[in-house]
Design a protein around this ligand. Sequence first.
Ligand SMILES: NC(=O)C1=CN([C@@H]2O[C@H](COP(=O)(O)OP(=O)(O)OC[C@H]3O[C@@H](n4cnc5c(N)ncnc54)[C@H](O)[C@@H]3O)[C@@H](O)[C@H]2O)[C@@H](O)CC1
Length: 490
Amino acid sequence: MLRAHTVSDVRAAEAALMARTEPGALMHRAAAGLAGFVRETAPPQVPVVFLVGTGDNGGDALYAAAELARERVVACAVVDQSQAHRGGMEAAYAAGCRFVGSTHGYPVVVDGVVGIGGRPGLRGPAEGWRAEIEADRPYVVAVDVPSGVDVDGARVPEAFLPADATVTFGTFKNALLVDPAAQWASRDGLARLVDIGLGPYLPRPSLEALEVTDTEMLMRVLRPTLAGRSGGPVHKYTRGVVGVAAGSSRYAGAAMLCVAGARAGAAGMVRFLGEDDLARRVVDRYPEVVAHTDPAEAGRVQAWVVGSGGGEAAGARLERALGDRVPVVVDADALAHLPETVEVPALLTPHAGELATMLGVDRDAVEADPLGHVRTAAQRWRTTVLLKGARTLVAHPDAPVRVNLTGTPWLATAGAGDVLAGLAGSFLAAGAHPLDAGSLAAFVHGAAATAASGGGPVTAGAVAEAIGPVVTAWRNGTLAASAVRDWRTA
Ligand SMILES: NC(=O)C1=CN([C@@H]2O[C@H](COP(=O)(O)OP(=O)(O)OC[C@H]3O[C@@H](n4cnc5c(N)ncnc54)[C@H](O)[C@@H]3O)[C@@H](O)[C@H]2O)[C@@H](O)CC1
């Protein structure tokens, strides 16, 4: 798992580690990692300017500047020379760095104005540098975090310094993984992490993200299928049955796509419950699905998916599903019918607009602070909430929030959410905890979209078709990290 920690947890871990290391050792490790990244990014003939603030973030920048000044032209623009890191300033002078007041003429800018000690926003000369950068468009490398962002909340104020890449130290920070701040931290989607030895001193993370190397959670959900001799015989019922009560005559496609997601996942069987005509069309399309039109005759399921394209029937369907006392995915129209308390293990899957309605706030407020709002909803219903977005979040009231790092902007397409809900339902039916079902579904869904897209437009149906091969590759260890996401920006 990739992990992010809060500022206070990073500071506590740093203090514990510093008590056992030479003074300045951590800063030198950070600076060496930063200098190494700049070296990889820009050839030696490219001059670099370092923006230096008054704290240790500026200290990292100064030592990296000193290291690189032996190889290339390096300048430092310092917020306040009298308050800058003393050892770092001496090293930069001794190495022959130029001291300048502007970023003009430097194709690479390293932003060491503030790191985790910064208050959101920019002040003093940094405001002017921001304007210069906006005009000149140099390549900006942020030190630890882009200066001015809200590091724990991942929100962005009006004034901050967007980066093309970020080099971070010890662990990820929330602002590097969660939008909107994460959008401004790196053009290819993920900050570079430099190990400075904090690992053993870090507590439970604030955020976690599944990676291609994390097959353990997937294997747990596949266990009913792969149990073999120790687990007894395997048949479709032991793998789990997922019930899909989705779609309406108006949104027939939602039923198809939700079933497409459900049948591609871990469950052994899909039951569909819906209107006569729709049930017939689902079976025509997917003959392996068992369809019912009368709720009283729908057999047992291990999990329900309710609401995708559900129209007016969504409320009644949700009530009925909750009455079955099995885990449930509550999607789209059914979210408006949530009871005050949900008594079964549940995964709520709103997008920003639906979450805003659930919480009685504006959609803009959710988009400006998705992490805060998904946490609020998880607490409010004491259940797992999956907030769909470019970086989908899955929050449970008692666990680190999971952020999904797979996918492509092409996945923002009609019907993709229906596929996700069905897929999550199949993992629930196979016995996964809602937090794992949601995180696995988001991971596989994003990876399938990336595979199906190949860098261009993709349909929700094509995403569903790509799920099986992605699960197979993930299980077999042949899923490449570079193949699960495509976040290149223009
Ligand atoms: N905590 C750690 O484990 C490590 C921290 N290191 C570096 O140290 C940084 C944290 O250093 P500090 O605690 O000194 O804090 P920062 O350097 O992030 O910022 C604090 C300084 O910036 C000023 N400031 C605050 N908000 C501002 C704003 N909005 N605009 C302009 N100036 C502002 C403050 O007056 C203070 O002087 C990390 O981000 C990282 O770069 C590294 O040296 C390695 C280890």
